[in-house]
Ligand binder design. Structure first.
Ligand code: SAM
Length: 322
């Protein structure tokens, strides 16, 4: 594969072609991947959409159904792919993924080793981070999961950047051929401590390891083993609080409590930021509370379905033996 070809795969073509995978976006919580085919038709609660109308349009385009309703056609970026991929296992989500990519210091050209592959959620972001010249070697002992991951990487255009192999990493360790070549190693395994000695052999001097575990007991056992070859051992729990921003109309104004800033309420949620509506005549706040004086209020409140604990991320740097 020429470097220019892999570059093209990750830059996501700007115009939609027959055979492309696009994300059909209705709302942030309603989207799905669709393979474009010139004779294809998408049907949803808003009507029919002919794929032939999509071909040649730029990604990001708003397309209309036969009933005049619309969806957006977006590129299958790692961020969106993580939200629509088929869950064959538990997966890593954006908050943990961002933290992993940053703290593993993954940049273009890096070689990254990962196990298990699972549903390929993290692998997709790692692939983009190492592109165009780096590579991700991903290992899973479950044959069918490896096959499905390869198929997904083919669909999303990153197969030239990720190699998936079937291997029991806890039992056999990483393959000798990768010894000393990895800039970073990521473990998402039930007993990661069994894979730590092999991970140490794979890393370049100064390379970084990360292990994701849902339970603190797994973290403790991993840290005990890490202490023999690694330094800078740190564990993080990434908790993300998502806010929903909505404009609410027809709220009566109470001028006595009018504020420009939002205030935290008793529940830790946000009260609305009320906009002062001034009359054109006297430039004072209107005291008319009738319905004709309806205001629009922007509300930001924590999403009810916000994710809590996912797991612990333990990072460690290979000790440099000068
Ligand atoms: C939770 S999933 C990984 C999810 C992945 N990080 C993602 O974001 O999609 C854990 C994976 O580890 C694999 N696994 C478990 N034990 C393994 C072992 N000894 N060697 C290799 N893979 C293993 C499982 O088959 C499973 O697919």
């Amino acid at each position: 594969m020429l470097p220019t070809e892999s570059k093209k795969a990750l830059s996501f073509k700007r115009c939609i072609e027959d055979g492309d995978l696009v994300i059909v976006y209705e709302r942030h919580d309603v989207m799905k991947p669709v393979k474009v085919s010139k004779d294809g038709v998408l049907q949803n609660r808003f009507g029919f959409y002919k794929h032939s109308d999509w071909i040649g349009k730029p990604l990001g385009t708003k397309v209309f159904s036969n009933k005049g309703k619309f969806v957006y056609l977006l590129a299958p970026t790692p961020e969106l792919w993580t939200l629509v991929l088929s869950h064959r296992t538990q997966i890593l989500y954006i908050a943990d993924i961002s933290f992993v990519v940053m703290y593993l210091e993954v940049v273009p050209g890096c070689v990254v080793l990962e196990s298990g592959t699972g549903s390929g959620s993290l692998s997709t972001s790692l692939a983009r981070a190492v592109a165009p010249t780096g590579h991700v070697y991903s290992f899973d002992f479950h044959e069918q999961r490896a096959v499905s991951a390869r198929e997904d990487f083919e669909k999303t255009g990153i197969s030239s950047l990720v190699t998936v192999e079937v291997r029991d990493i806890q039992g056999e360790g990483f393959p000798e051929k990768l010894s000393g070549l990895a800039d970073a190693v990521f473990l998402d395994l039930p007993q990661p401590w069994l894979a730590v000695p092999s991970a140490a052999k794979m890393l370049k001097q100064d390379g970084v390891l990360c292990s994701f575990s849902p339970c603190i007991e797994q973290v403790q056992r991993t840290c005990e083993v890490l202490r023999s070859d690694f330094i800078e051992i740190r564990t993080f729990e990434v908790l993300l609080r998502t806010y929903e921003v909505k404009e609410v109309k027809e709220v009566k104004m109470d001028t006595s409590s009018m504020v420009d800033e939002s205030h935290e309420d008793d529940n830790g949620g946000m009260r609305p930021c009320k906009r002062k509506h001034r009359s054109n005549e006297d430039d004072t706040v209107s005291r008319d509370n009738s319905s004709s004086n309806a205001t629009s209020v922007v509300m930001a409140r924590p999403c009810s379905e916000a994710r809590g604990h996912t797991g612990y991320l333990t990072f460690a740097r290979l000790q440099c033996l000068a």
